[in-house]
Design a protein around this ligand. Structure first.
Ligand code: CTP
Length: 209
């Protein structure tokens, strides 16, 4: 099977030397690509800027912004049997990207931001029969309720909820603990473990073995 995985943060430019981004390390997405490869499937990894080495035997497509990620993901999506959006895509980008470096002024600076495309929601609208669409949800409270809402809103088959309220898991850490929720109402808890082991369990459950 051909399995598409997005990973890492995106960067939204403010000017030639500044950007908006987030703390995603890309580790969960890279671990998923490795688990897919190790399970004998074809992994395509679309990655925002991270410091991780490229995984062996995985096709790696590097992007920077949410718009670039949207274009790359949608281009590859048609051919994919499974799509897992593990990337922490920026929800907003600056309305204006300054061509020259911005000079400081007296007083406050107000940056106007606009919404980026919700890639996962777009994929949910064009999902083909037999294609499995999987999202991630970072939540600090009401984990199951909020994640289930995202699953339905974006027309997903599975959502993988991360409780990011604890500092030993989730964002920019070595370990993770997740709850997988399916559109058919299955709930699977994967207790705290390193991200590779979590990734292997996620892939095993998604592909039913
Ligand atoms: N996602 C995406 N495109 C975006 C933003 C997010 O494809 N522009 C994907 C992420 O890759 C992830 C899921 O959507 O799979 C996260 O959904 P989102 O609605 O952004 O949830 P949270 O990040 O948990 O944030 P919030 O609760 O604020 O909605």
């Amino acid at each position: 099977m051909k399995i598409l995985i997005s990973a890492g943060p995106t960067r939204e430019k403010i000017d030639p030397v500044r950007f908006l981004s987030n703390r995603s390390s890309g580790k969960m997405g890279y671990a998923l690509a490795e688990a897919v490869r190790d399970a004998g499937h074809e992994a395509i990894l679309i990655s925002g800027p991270v410091t991780l080495p490229p995984p062996a035997m995985v096709e790696l497509i590097k992007v920077e912004s949410a718009a670039e990620m949207a274009q790359a993901v949608k281009q590859q999506a048609r051919e994919a049997d499974v799509i897992i959006m593990a990337a922490a895509v920026a929800d907003y980008r600056p309305v204006k990207v300054h061509t020259n470096k911005m000079k400081k002024q007296a007083g406050n600076l107000i940056l106007e931001l606009e919404r980026t495309e919700d890639i996962l929601a777009s994929l949910g609208k064009i999902k083909t029969d037999g294609q499995l669409l999987v999202g991630f949800a970072a939540e600090t409270n009401n984990v199951i309720e909020y994640a289930t809402d995202k699953l339905k809103r974006k027309n997903l088959d599975w959502i993988i909820a991360n409780d990011v309220s604890a500092s030993d898991r989730g964002f920019a850490t070595e370990n993770n603990a997740v709850t997988m929720i399916s559109a058919t109402g299955r709930i699977i808890e994967l207790p705290l473990d390193n991200k590779y082991n979590i990734a292997r369990s996620i892939i095993a459950h998604l592909l039913n073995y």
